[in-house]
Structures are given as C-alpha cells and as structure tokens.
Ligand binder design. Structure first.
Ligand code: BG6
Length: 488
C-alpha cells in the first residue's frame, strides 16, 4: 500500500470518534496501513494538535474493539495526527490546510497521495469538493480519492445534482461512496457463497428458488435523530441504500472475473432489471408503517409520534416492507421481499433464501411433512450461515424432521465494517462501495414510492413497538402463499 495523507473533514464529529479513529487504529495494529502516513483532522473548533490528539486517543480507548491498548503501539500512531481549524465553507481557509498537508508530506517523506474523507453533513459535500479542487489540494502529483457517507441526495434529482458537482472535482473512479452494509462481513461473503459453491451457483435462479426475504430489523427507536429522521423515514434511511444493496448482492449473476468492475456491472444489471412501480401500484406492493407505544423486552417505550422532536401528526414511516420483482430470465417470477423498521422485536439483519419444494406432495402422501430448504444468511449481530434440510430422525421412528446445518462466526474478533471499507479505499479497491449507477438506479426505483407517500396514496398503518411489524407485511407474502421465516 502506498504511503499517503488522510485528510478527515469532520474530525471532531461523532462518526470520527466512534468509527473512523478506532478503525484506523485497528488497521494500524493489524499492519494494514501504509508504512508511512499522515492524518490531518479538519474541524471548525479551534483546537490545538495536542487537544485533537488527546481526543483521538480517548476515542480509541473508548470505542476500539481491542480492549488492551499497548502504549508503545499507540504513541507512534498518534504521532501521525495533526489538526487544522477550517470553516469548510470559506475558501480562504483551505490555503492553511494545503500548507499543513504539504508540510506533513515533507516531514514524513510521503508521495502526494491524498485521501479526503468527508465525515460531515451532506450539505457540505459540494462546497468541500469544490474548495479541495480550487485550493490545489486536489491536484497532487500522486493519486487523490474522496470518501463520502450517505445520504447521497434525498431524491433522484438532488442525487444527480450532487453527483454532477462532485464529478467536477473527482472522477467516478476516485469517489468511494460508503454504504456501511457493504462493509459487513456476511454481505461481502454473499459473492463467495453464491459463486464459490457450485451447489448454490447451480440453484441460484427461478427454477429452484421460491422467494428471497431480506430483513433489517432494529430495536432502537428514533433516538436523538428526530430532526433528520422526520425528513428521511425508513425509505430514504434504509431502503434506497442498504436494502437495495443487499438485494443487488443476492441477485447478481456470476461475473466473468471477481473484480470491482465486473461485480459492479452485475449489480447494475440487477438494478436495471428491477421492475419499476407505477405510482398507483405502490400501495399493492409496499407497506408503510409507524410504531405505536409498546414494549422492548421488559421496557415500555413510547410511540413514534410521542418521541422528542417528532410532530404529533407525523406521517413519517419507521417501517417499510416491499415486494420487488426482477424481470430477467434468472429471476422472473421470484418475489424478493424486503423489510426494515425501527422498534421491532429483535435486532437482526438476515437474508433467507427459500427453495422450491417440488416433491412436497410425494411425501405428504406418505403422511410426512417436509419443509422447504432454506439458506439463512445471518448478517448481524450474529454472523453465520445456516441451511435447513429435511432429514429422517432415527430417534423418532425415522420421521422426517427439519435439521439445520449451521456455521456461525461466533464471537471471534471480527474487524468492523469501517475497517474493511477504509482498508479497501486506501488500496484503491472499490468493489464494496456504491457506484453512481447503483445510487442513481436505486433512487429511480424509490421515486414513485416517495411520490405515492407524499400524495398519501399508501395508508400509514401502525405496529406495536416490540412486535414483528404490521399485519399488512404478512399479508404481502400471503398473496403468493408465503410467510416470513424466523419470526419467533
Ligand atoms: C444507518 C441508518 O445507515 O443504519 C440508521 O441511518 C440505522 O437509522 C443504521 O440505525 C443501522 O445500521 P446497523 O449496522 O446497526 O444495522
């Protein structure tokens, strides 16, 4: 990996503290950072280098997955950090930033490879990218790259505007759009599961798969984010990005080569084949819901409209379920169901592939009940794969019963999503970052749903906090004779 400078905008913010500094430190401990590097924090606060470095150290001690921190390792890592106070909207401040970056490049003898990470509110993306360009920071002799976090626009038009502005300063190849779901180990594993196993590769189509269920349920409510969430809702917050990314990863076809270009081309094909919804069809295919008061475990919790900062008449959805059809020869006729929501019974992200069960009747005639084969991919918080099979139980007079073959990653010390993603960005591997095509096509698919919600063409139903979500989401699957698996 080539030596580089890492310029972090939003260095005094929450994401930097909770995720970025600990991830960089863990990469350093694992010897996954370049031999030489400089990290320049940029923030509005007038901090000294010392104050900044102290805050970095504190964040590592508090949030790193490693509990034992060796001072002899930490000290040289912290020596790479420095801080510049800049009002990011003021072009004049970028001269001092450039000066600092160059000074550190000289000091550490670094080539001019510059990674810019925008850990700031989205309204600053454009102005920062433009100022990087105009100040000369963005014309290094080596490479330059930009990492940004979602939200990437709030509809198709705003995403296109933003992209157009960013691409004035950075090419598509230089932009790394983080979708942290693509950093999850089991989401990255989908590609290997599908293609490195001939048994699954052979079955990965509509002849053998009955339906696919993708769930991301959370127990948390809106927390302190009402200001943001009221404007976003589950559709913008989770579906346009994370849920559709998982759908693309499950449904993509085998690429010619396992490279970023080929994998992203396959993902794009999936998104292009997703059947668009007409506004008047949204209500039949999408469930929109909001949580009412209930209980999470033993703890009573208030309904969404009673959360601090939420309007008592709020129409924001905290839950979405949708039926998605992919109109290509591989998936025609296979419903993909997605659902995500807050204040649900469990925190679980999982993908269930239900296989067809053509011989069910044959066994039924023998008074035996067989269940469909299921491939269950547990993404989070448990990480693992389970396969449900039918097997005769010798201890129960040879009756057929479902058995589950289970692989669980257990509680190994698995690197976090941000570690994997930063490592990839630093070595220039964009496989697990959202390409502009994916973002654009996702917004395009989401647009009629946004419009139908705005015009109130889809009823906002309620579900009790701590439940598995609204009845309407069960009805959605019932229409094809299916039900959600694993809602215990
Ligand atoms: C974020 C959303 O992108 O993902 C949050 O903005 C959500 O609302 C979070 O809670 C869920 O991520 P994870 O990794 O906990 O499933």
């Amino acid at each position: 990996m080539e030596p580089m400078s890492f310029v972090l905008f939003g260095a005094t913010g929450d994401l930097a503290k909770r995720k970025i500094f600990p991830a960089l430190f863990n990469l350093y401990v694992d010897k996954k950072l370049p031999a030489a590097f400089s990290i320049v924090g940029v923030g509005r606060r007038a901090w000294s280098d010392t104050a900044f470095i102290q805050s970095v150290e504190q964040s590592i001690r508090e949030f790193s997955r490693r509990h034992e921190i060796d001072q002899a390792v930490l000290a040289p890592f912290l020596a790479a950090f420095s801080y510049v106070a800049v009002d990011v909207t003021d072009a004049a401040g970028y001269a001092s930033l450039l000066e600092r970056v160059e000074q550190r490049e000289k000091e550490f003898n670094l080539p001019q490879n510059r990674m810019f990470y925008l850990s700031v509110a989205p309204e600053y993306f454009e102005v920062i990218a433009a100022n990087i360009q105009e100040s000369g920071l963005g014309s290094p002799q080596g490479w330059k790259r930009l990492i940004i976090e979602k939200p990437f626009g709030r509809d198709l038009q705003s995403a296109e505007d933003l992209n157009q502005k960013l691409t004035k300063a950075f090419t598509e190849e230089e932009i790394y759009r983080i979708d942290h779901y693509l950093g999850k180990a089991m989401v990255q594993n989908l590609e290997a599961l599908e293609f490195a196993n001939p048994v699954f590769a052979a079955l990965w189509n509509n002849r053998h798969i009955a339906n696919v269920q993708i769930t991301a349920s959370e127990t948390v409510g809106v927390e302190e984010r009402a200001g943001f969430y009221e404007q976003a809702g589950a559709l913008r917050d989770m579906v346009q990005n994370h849920m559709l990314q998982m759908l693309m990863m499950v449904a993509m076809h085998i690429p010619k080569r396992i490279t970023a270009t080929d994998i992203r081309a396959q993902k794009r094909k999936v998104m292009e084949a997703v059947r668009p919804l007409k506004i008047e069809e949204v209500a039949q295919n999408v469930v929109r819901a909001q949580y009412s008061a209930g209980q999470i475990g033993e703890t009573p919790v208030v309904g969404y409209r009673d959360e601090p900062g939420v309007s008592p008449a709020s129409m924001t959805e905290t839950y979405i379920a949708a039926r998605v059809w992919i109109d290509d020869p591989f998936w025609r006729g296979v419903p993909f169901y997605i659902r995500t929501g807050k204040r649900l019974k469990e925190k679980a992200t999982r993908i269930v592939i239900e296989f067809k069960n053509p011989l069910e009747r044959l066994y039924r005639e023998q008074q035996e009940k067989t269940l469909p084969n299921l491939l269950i991919i547990n993404v989070h918080p448990e990480e693992g794969i389970a396969l449900q099979l039918n097997s005769k139980n010798p201890a129960n007079s040879g009756k057929i019963e479902p058995v589950t073959v289970d692989f669980s990653a257990g509680h190994q010390d698995v690197p976090e999503a941000y570690e994997r993603l930063l490592f990839d960005a630093l070595r220039g591997d964009s496989t697990y970052f959202a390409h502009w095509n994916e973002v654009r096509l996702s917004w395009k698919w989401v647009e009629p749903i946004l419009a139908a919600f705005e015009r109130n063409l889809v009823p906002l139903v309620s579900y009790e906090a701590g439940s598995h979500g609204p009845e309407a989401a069960r009805d959605l699957l019932r229409e094809e004779g299916f039900s959600w698996w694993l809602d215990h």
